[in-house]
Write a protein that binds this ligand. Structure first.
Ligand SMILES: N[C@@H](CCC(=O)N[C@@H](CS)C(=O)NCC(=O)O)C(=O)O
Length: 237
């Protein structure tokens, strides 16, 4: 299988299936197309469109079968490898896992807009407006409920790592990058995601990338710059 992705520093949708495949130990070949200077770069579009009918990443190519869109890829993986419990085995847990994954897929635009995934640095905390606050509150409610109802068997939302964790992994990374204050349950969950071997490998590769994407570089003070070798100012591009 081939998984078509973009920059590990910036591509939150790519991270989701990549992390699931990696954490579940499913072998795949990675095909990475670095974004152009902007997301609508025609050359990037052309290259990705050779794999993905949507012209977006991620896309999974399994022989003649192409699956695009992160959530569809996770469903495909669950069907392909039923022995892996990609979704939780318990029906009630699975129902919640699918619901919150779909909610993640379709919601939280304020957070996504104001705090794009960027593993390159940590920003100091600041008020990011009511929309972001509402998204953070809703996500934390989801995480606490999943942990409380179904999380007893491990550190993830439903105990063992599942597709729902893959869906929320980029949010966990945003909470760190933007120093979002969290209660102890949510802070522990963010740590658990970031402690997975898969996330650590992704992050290590991200920090070695030489690419800057203007849209995902938020121009504001930084606490920690993990990419001192790159010029971080949009103005300098
Ligand atoms: N709903 C899609 C979103 C995919 C998406 O928007 N991917 C971004 C990269 S993270 C992309 O390909 N952007 C380029 C574009 O929209 O032209 C999914 O879940 O996979």
């Amino acid at each position: 299988m081939k998984l078509v992705i973009a920059n590990k520093t910036h591509s939150s949708w790519s991270l989701r299936p990549w992390l699931a495949l990696t954490e579940f130990g499913v072998p795949f070949e990675e095909v990475l197309f670095p974004f152009g200077p902007t997301f609508d770069d025609p050359e990037w579009k052309r290259a990705v469109s050779a794999y993905s009918p949507a012209g977006k990443v991620p896309a999974l190519v399994d022989g003649e079968i192409v699956v695009w869109d992160s959530l569809a890829i996770l469903e495909y993986l669950a069907e392909l490898r039923p022995e892996l419990a990609v979704w939780p085995r318990d029906r009630a847990a699975r129902a919640m896992a699918r619901s919150i994954s779909a909610e993640m897929h379709s919601s939280f635009q304020a957070l996504r807009g104001a705090c794009p995934m960027n593993l390159g640095w940590i920003h100091p905390p600041r008020d990011r407006g009511p929309g972001v606050a509402a998204d953070v509150a809703r996500i934390c409610t989801i995480w606490r409920e999943a942990r409380e109802r179904f999380g007893a068997g491990g550190p993830f939302l439903f105990g063992a790592f599942s597709a729902a964790d893959a869906m929320f992994a980029p949010v966990a990374s945003r909470f760190t990058s933007y120093s979002i204050p969290l209660d102890p349950v949510c802070a522990a969950y963010v740590e658990a995601i970031q402690a997975t071997a898969g996330f650590r490998a992704w992050r290590e590769a991200a920090l070695a990338e030489p690419w800057i994407v203007a849209e995902d570089e938020v121009d504001e003070p930084v606490l920690t710059d993990f990419r001192p070798h790159l010029s971080r100012s949009k103005a300098q591009r």
